[in-house]
Design a protein around this ligand. Structure first.
Ligand code: ADP
Ligand code: MG
Ligand code: MG
Length: 920
């Protein structure tokens, strides 16, 4: 004892750092801005308890800072010396407010030990409730409450959570699925219920629970080889240590990897006085959202359970009841709403919910508990939401003047828009088909795939290229990677706030939960609903918007393009963004779709695309003739035959993009890919050229290149065969001329690919200008609105940009090739090494997905600077795959480009990303 006292002052050391932050009774040391130090949960508990506008009923407690966690790991699992004293002081404060004593045998205080990192990590870190219950204090609890059943219910929960989290997981003990201590204890409880002929936990009597506690403790001793601790302080410090340990648990690390959360952050620990939702019919616990997280409707939305504690609601032990009408679903309709069961409490909760949303100016996800008719708030945080909900809330909150448009734009992640453009089950087909089962709609859109019954199989099958739907009783954090690998998730248990629902919502993934009719047999590898039985590997389709499940593969269609809320959201974005958004499109229908999504022109039209796919046989045949032509005359004949096809193709797209610029790239065909391989096709080709098969084989083998990516392609083709450029230019310009004659406005931009020197550009430009003069004369057009520019896709072109810009009228960065040639990574062969580069953090991202700012970015910056120096106001854009990726778009804006161009479905995402780039 004396040691403790002296340690504080004797050395005259600087005043010890504050490591423990108190909250409760209308006061708090912390506030919501202190998330880095107190974690999200701790900071918000402090805010709710102490902020002058809130002062909500929060059970008193304290937060041990994240710095302690960091230090704990630095010192190989040792706490800073001053921690104990600070914890003791804070505990005293709680005892005073609660008028109870921790470990007091007459009137014991019980606490929860809760984790809380800066960013919420659903289910990752563990919480232990009812800490402080021992064989001695339990008598005090019984005497104080007169409720023996409640006391033993709390005790059995403590034993379950504590043995699982502290004695097993935090010790790093690994068990097979279903063999962990928690599962073993649950088995004892299930046996008890069976023996008693009951199904609900709440039907267990005080005597049952007492026996269970005894059996539990014996099992813990048997399985873990240690006595369940009967000392309150041992429990408390065990709990605190386990929270720290769980930060470096396997599941937590895996989640952080996926979400990109730094391992250095550490977690805080919250110790909070218990309030009890399991004290009887006048007690309850619940989870709620200030708006519907599934669709964004402005309705208070939530679920609760009478006579239950904490995790019960999310664990799917019983089906939770709706708090109000807006929260009713087919699933829970029969149950009594909180609004009816406890009207006064509901009113109080609703007022608090409104206050919280106004205070935080965002949708809140809250936890509450009602103890004997008294309401307590246990948590608030910014609620996760799916894409459709995010967009709706953003638009609504601007209308309500709760937030500014800039704030609304920042709140929607570009990937979330994907969900509004998500595939859905073809409604015409769906209407005709009876669902095999129905659950809760927890994640948007539709998904079709093969049934898999565990996460590992999901990951394996995905690797084999199969589409899978993960079907589970319920999911837990161990399933994370399997969930990631799936097209959709289906669970038999759990509500809208269950683990599966939370994760799916975060990822914008199709998900159905709480499908109660579903019987899953993981031994026989089957699922059953009534008399419909399916095996693992059978097809299944889920509709996460409606909650329906179908015992077959249904066709999917892309989502509605007529989404008014999305439209008004994107208009907000358009007011802010500076970059123009174009699209990469090669057909009139793609062009039209992109235009509907808001594209302001075409940034890349690939001529060679007309030689792929449906209806391509004829032009493809002519192209092949051209490729294998042996003489200029033969080639010219083939080109003459090809010309009408090319012209028609281009005209259709130019017409669809009327009034907007269309960049058409001169032919850049991978020659070797176009040479036929089938015998009959080779025969026909030889015949049509009136040459022998031997001669044809000679010519095709002459085309073979050992390095086609750096071979005879792009402008090199136009240099060696100027007649190809001539034909292409003629097709583009005649198509334009005809449209101009029809009174349509067209803005063709001819783009020369794969250049390395300005001489290539000037030589090709001369040909195009010559053709242009012929065409304008032929059609009697005064001036053709034509621009001639180049792609910058070789490192040399980037470095020679001042010279090139003297002849090129615009630049477009082909960042796929620029990355390939800048890195010297063959795009077709990166599979063998790139994943490891990323895994080992040798490269931060896949440079083919996100522009490599550090390296390739420099080439781009140099090129832009040199180009604009030589030609003022030079128009510059990007047409590589990167043009639709948010981080790359932000780079394009910073480096001063005029536009980005991306595939039609990415256009809305690019509009948002371009606006966010300005606000950054
Ligand atoms: P998670 O991060 O998984 O949400 P929490 O720390 O919020 O974990 O706790 C899990 C459950 O226990 C929640 O339902 C919470 O409301 C409940 N809970 C935590 N502390 C207390 C407490 N002091 N009294 C009553 N319930 C509590
Ligand atoms: Mg938890
Ligand atoms: Mg919580």
């Amino acid at each position: 004892m004396p040691e403790k006292k002296s340690s504080k002052k004797s050395t005259g050391a600087p005043k010890s750092k504050k490591m423990v932050y108190f909250f409760g009774d209308g006061k708090a040391d912390g506030k919501s801005e202190m998330k880095d130090l107190l974690g999200g949960k701790g900071a918000n508990l402090a805010e709710m308890a102490g902020h002058k506008n809130l002062k909500l009923p929060v059970p008193p407690g304290f937060t041990i800072t994240t710095e302690v966690c960091t230090e704990y790991y630095k010192n190989k699992g040792k706490y800073p010396s001053v921690l104990k004293g600070q914890v003791q002081d804070a505990l005293k404060k709680i005892e005073k407010i609660m008028d109870k004593g921790f470990g007091d045998e007459k009137d014991p205080l019980l606490v929860s030990v809760r984790s809380g990192a800066r960013k919420s990590m659903p289910g990752m870190m563990e919480t232990v409730l009812n800490v402080g219950l021992t064989t001695k204090t339990i008598e005090g609890i019984i005497a104080q409450t007169g409720n023996e059943r409640f006391a033993y219910d709390s005790y059995r929960r403590l034993i379950t959570m504590y043995s699982d989290v502290v004695m097993e997981k935090a010790q790093g003990i690994e068990t097979e699925e279903g063999k962990g201590i928690r599962a073993q204890l649950e088995k004892i409880m299930a046996a008890k219920k069976k023996e008693r002929g009951i199904t609900l936990d709440t039907d267990l009597t005080s005597e049952d629970l007492k026996e269970l506690c005894k059996a539990y403790k014996e099992k813990v001793k048997e399985v873990l080889g240690k006595q369940f601790p009967d000392d309150p302080y041992e429990q408390l410090w065990g709990g605190i240590g386990a929270v720290f340990a769980s930060w470096n648990g396997k599941r937590a690390i895996s989640y952080r990897k996926i979400e990109g959360i730094p391992h250095e952050w550490g977690t805080a620990v919250n110790v909070q006085s218990m309030v009890f939702g399991n004290m009887g019919e006048d007690s309850a616990t619940g989870v709620a959202f200030t708006r519907n997280p599934g669709n964004g409707d402005k309705n208070f939305y939530g679920e609760y359970l009478i006579n239950a504690q904490g995790e019960d609601v999310v664990a799917g032990i019983r089906t939770p009841a709706p708090i109000n009408k807006a929260s009713q679903s087919d699933h829970n309709k029969g149950q009594k709403m909180l609004q009816e069961a406890m009207p006064a409490i509901y009113k109080q909760l609703d007022a608090i919910e409104k206050k919280l949303e106004k205070h935080y100016r965002d949708m809140q996800d809250i936890e509450f508990t009602i103890e004997k008719g008294k309401l307590y708030l246990l948590q608030t945080r910014i609620g996760k939401r799916n894409g459709p909900a995010a967009v709706k809330m953003a638009v609504d909150m601007v209308k309500e003047k709760l937030i500014k448009p800039e704030e609304a734009i920042k709140r929607v992640r570009p990937e979330q828009l994907d969900e509004l453009l998500h595939p859905i089950i073809d409604p015409k087909v769906e209407k005709e088909i009876k669902p095999m089962a129905k659950g809760l709609p927890a994640g948007p859109g539709g998904a079709v795939g093969l049934i898999v019954l565990d996460a590992e199989t999901a990951v394996e099958w995905k690797k084999e290229g199969k589409k899978v739907i993960l079907v589970r009783e319920e999911t837990n954090p161990e399933d994370i990677e399997g969930m990631r690998a799936s097209e959709g998730i289906l669970t038999a248990r759990g509500g809208m706030t269950s683990h599966a629902a939370l994760v799916a919502r975060g990822w914008g993934m199709c998900c159905v939960v709480g499908c109660g009719e579903l019987e899953i047999d993981t031994k026989a590898r089957t699922i059953k609903v009534g008399d419909i039985a399916l095996k693992e590997g059978d097809w299944i389709t889920v509709n996460g918007t409606k909650g329906t499940v179908y015992a077959q593969a249904l066709p999917m269609i892309s989502a509605s393009e007529e989404n008014m809320i999305l439209k008004s959201f994107l208009i907000l974005c358009d007011k802010v963004r500076k970059l123009k958004i174009r699209t990469n499109a090669d057909t009139p229908s793609d062009a039209k779709r992109a235009r509907d999504f808001g594209a302001e022109g075409i940034g890349l039209f690939r001529m060679e695309h007309m030689f792929y796919g449906k209806g391509a046989e004829e032009p493809l045949f002519k192209l092949r003739k051209m490729i294998v032509a042996g003489t200029e005359v033969e080639r010219q004949n083939a080109l003459d035959e090809l010309f009408p096809f090319v012209k028609k193709d281009i005209k259709g797209t130019l017409a669809a993009m009327e009034g907007l610029p269309v960049t058409i790239r001169l032919l850049d065909p991978p020659l070797h890919e176009f040479v036929p391989h089938q015998e009959d096709q080779l025969e026909e080709l030889a015949r049509s050229l009136s040459i022998s098969r031997a001669e044809l084989d000679k010519r095709t083998s002459g085309l073979r290149e050992s390095n086609p990516m750096m071979g005879h392609r792009g402008v090199r083709l136009g240099i060696t065969y100027p007649e190809i450029t001539r034909m292409s230019a003629k097709a583009i310009l005649e198509a334009s001329a005809e449209l101009l004659k029809e009174g349509k406005k067209v803005f063709p931009e001819i783009m020369i690919p794969v250049v390395v020197t300005e001489k290539e550009v000037s030589q090709q430009k001369a040909i195009i200008e010559e053709v242009c003069a012929e065409v304008t004369a032929k059609y009697g057009i005064k001036k053709m609105p034509l621009m001639i520019g180049t792609m910058i896709e070789t490192p040399r072109a980037a470095l020679m940009s001042d010279k090139i810009a003297l002849v090129a009228e615009f630049f477009s960065f082909g960042t796929n090739d620029l990355t390939q040639m800048g890195f010297g990574f063959s795009r077709d062969d990166i599979g063998a090494f790139l994943p490891e580069y990323i895994e080992k953090k040798i490269l931060p991202d896949d440079p083919f997905q996100t522009i490599d700012k550090a390296g390739i970015g420099q080439l781009i910056k140099i090129s832009i600077e040199l180009g604009r120096k030589a030609r003022k106001g030079l128009k510059i854009g990007i047409c590589g795959e990167h043009g639709g990726e948010a981080k790359s778009i932000s780079f394009c804006y910073e480096s001063g480009m005029d536009y980005v161009s991306c595939s039609p479905f990415r256009v809305p995402i690019a509009r948002l990303a371009a606006a966010q780039a300005v606000l950054k």
